[in-house]
Design a protein around this ligand. Structure first.
Ligand SMILES: NC(=O)C1=CN([C@@H]2O[C@H](COP(=O)(O)OP(=O)(O)OC[C@H]3O[C@@H](n4cnc5c(N)ncnc54)[C@H](OP(=O)(O)O)[C@@H]3O)[C@@H](O)[C@H]2O)C=CC1
Ligand SMILES: CC(C)=CCC[C@@H](C)[C@H]1CC[C@H]2C3=C(CC[C@]12C)[C@@]1(C)CCC(=O)C[C@@H]1CC3
Length: 380
């Protein structure tokens, strides 16, 4: 028995030790293996988002984290903290500040821009044009392989109807504002920088009318106008179709473009419209958001040419009186044109080349947006 027991107990302890050893081995293997694979994932899935503190940028960062990327954010301000995100604060016009944010990064998203509402021409020029030159130089110096720019569908809009516009429409000769003028130059710079031989690939995403939770513009401007009692009128006959694009669809388009951008893919050096693929009547969209937040929908019709003429007059008056009084009219010619014309775009090219398909419908997008603004509800 003893002889049987001893070996058994010996075997037992030996088995136990073996078991421990095996476990330890397994744990070590798992740990090192995990670390190695993590490092592989990290180096290939490490990216930077310039403008990552902004509305679109932050949504993009959140989705990238979900998809296993680690993200370096570069922005002039830091608006949040998240695990997996390293923040670098600075002005993108300063290459030396920008470079550390691009270390060990193979993919860069550039979605920084001064807000379109600003009328500071010098700022648009320095950030969108000079700054984008700096971004390109910094990417090349840092060995970045892919640059995805957030451009805008407005680069082809001149204030007159665009129906199902494709990417081959010429750039606007008379852009609607300084912002758009500099977005055109910015897009050209990025697309021209695409160089397969040097291994630096670029693509531009042209979204239109981005909306969604945390948007600081569209819903806040709309509600502010309603609260001031100025959302009573429909400009034109109310049938003009426009693209409003839910932010998660825009993010989806950016990530698809980045992942499909390869030397042999058709994406290199090209612009892509990313929309909800559901053009909607401008005034129906506005009404849905307003009614969802408890405000009345606009009801009375005003002829487009009359309102446009008045807006032009007001704009001229503001310009002449600028040295004496400063006022910002709600009805600028640009806003009237956006509210009273057709401007919707085809996203067929994105569907074909990158398999794009919106992931959130307009109805769902509006519902989620309305829900996210409890503080903008009527009476709040
Ligand atoms: N929103 C829309 O409907 C559309 C947007 N786009 C484009 O999408 C991009 C993102 O837009 P959106 O998220 O709405 O804009 P946001 O203003 O919310 O985000 C842009 C971010 O860039 C930052 N930024 C501005 N200047 C600099 C600078 N010099 N250096 C570093 N960071 C800077 C901004 O900081 P700060 O806020 O302090 O200025 C902000 O955090 C832009 O390129 C815009 O042109 C295109 C079509 C439609
Ligand atoms: C589709 C697209 C390019 C949208 C861009 C967003 C903004 C330009 C719009 C968001 C809220 C809109 C708005 C007006 C114009 C266009 C917006 C600023 C009006 C000022 C148009 C005239 C009105 O009757 C009031 C509107 C308030 C909301």
């Amino acid at each position: 028995m003893a002889t049987r027991v001893r070996p058994v107990s010996y075997d037992k302890s030996c088995g136990f030790r073996k078991l421990c050893f095996n476990h330890l081995q397994m744990l070590l293997c798992c740990w090192f293996g995990y670390n190695v694979s993590l490092r592989v994932v990290q180096s290939s899935k490490r990216c930077a988002v310039i403008g990552g503190s902004g509305f679109l940028g932050r949504h993009l960062v959140e989705k990238l984290l979900d998809r296993g990327y680690s993200v370096s954010v570069f922005d002039i301000r830091q608006s949040y903290e998240l695990p997996g995100v390293t923040f670098h604060q600075g002005d993108l016009c300063d290459k030396q500040t920008l470079l550390p944010a691009l270390g060990d990064v193979s993919l860069v998203f550039h979605c920084a821009s001064p807000a379109p509402g600003s009328d500071n021409r010098a700022l648009f020029e320095s950030v969108n044009i000079q700054g984008t030159r700096t971004v390109i130089q910094a990417c090349i110096e840092a060995g970045v392989q892919k640059l995805v720019l957030t451009s805008s569908a407005s680069v082809v809009f001149e204030g007159t109807d665009i129906k199902n516009g494709r990417e081959d429409l010429p750039y606007a000769k008379k852009p609607i504002d300084y912002y758009t003028e500099t977005k055109i130059e910015q897009e050209k710079l990025v697309l021209e920088a695409c160089d397969k031989k040097k291994g630096f690939l670029t693509v531009a995403i042209r979204p239109h009318g981005i909306f969604g939770p945390r948007d600081p513009q569209l819903v806040p401007i709309l509600v502010d106008t309603a609260r001031r009692g100025k959302m009573k009128f429909i400009i034109g006959d109310g049938t003009n179709l426009v693209d409003f694009t839910f932010v998660e669809n825009v993010v989806h388009g950016h990530i698809l473009a980045a992942e499909r951008l390869r030397p042999d893919s058709p994406l290199c050096g090209k612009p892509y419209h990313i929309t909800n693929d559901e053009p909607v009547r401008f005034w129906d969209f506005m009404s849905d958001v307003l009614v969802g937040l408890g405000y009345a929908a606009p009801r009375y019709r005003l002829p487009y040419t009359l309102v446009y003429g008045l807006a032009l007059l007001l704009w001229l008056l503001a310009l002449i009186l600028r040295p004496l009084v400063s006022f910002k009219p709600t009805f600028t010619p640009m806003r009237v044109a956006l509210a009273g014309t057709h401007h919707y775009y085809s996203c067929e090219r994105a569907k074909q080349d990158m398999g794009y398909k919106p992931v959130v419908s307009l109805k769902e997008g509006i519902a989620r947006t309305v829900e996210s603004y409890p503080h903008l509800r009527r009476g709040a």
